[in-house]
Design a protein around this ligand. Structure first.
Ligand code: ZN
Length: 110
């Protein structure tokens, strides 16, 4: 009889452990999915970083008649126009990217 009680009780514990573990499945799947998305982002960023030097070789400040944003070119090899902003002064001018909005101060050289 003690054997039956032992078997029944332990089987009930086993069922409880199953319920506890199964309750974690959706949470773990969501966590894994988030990590995989992050991994994909890191892999893309790493790939982009590894080829930055190669893209720099093809960068020219003026392409197709446009002043080109170096940041957008290096990061994604996309041609984005820079426009002069703030009117400039006798000593420098400021250019801004139409896409990433990075500003570049250009000091005039004598
Ligand atoms: Zn840009």
């Amino acid at each position: 009889m003690a054997d039956e009680a032992l078997k029944t009780t332990l089987s009930e514990y086993a069922d409880e452990f199953v319920s506890e573990r199964e309750a974690q499945i959706s949470q773990l799947e969501a966590k894994l999915s988030k990590i995989q998305e992050e991994q994909l982002k890191i892999e893309r960023s790493l790939h982009s970083a590894r080829f930055a030097g190669q893209r720099a070789l093809q960068y020219s400040p003026v392409m197709r008649g446009q002043v080109v944003c170096p940041r957008c070119w290096i990061e994604s090899e996309t041609l984005r126009r820079l426009t002069s902003v703030a009117g400039g002064t006798k000593t420098h001018d400021v250019w801004e990217c139409s896409h990433c909005h990075t500003q570049f101060e250009v000091r005039f050289r004598k």
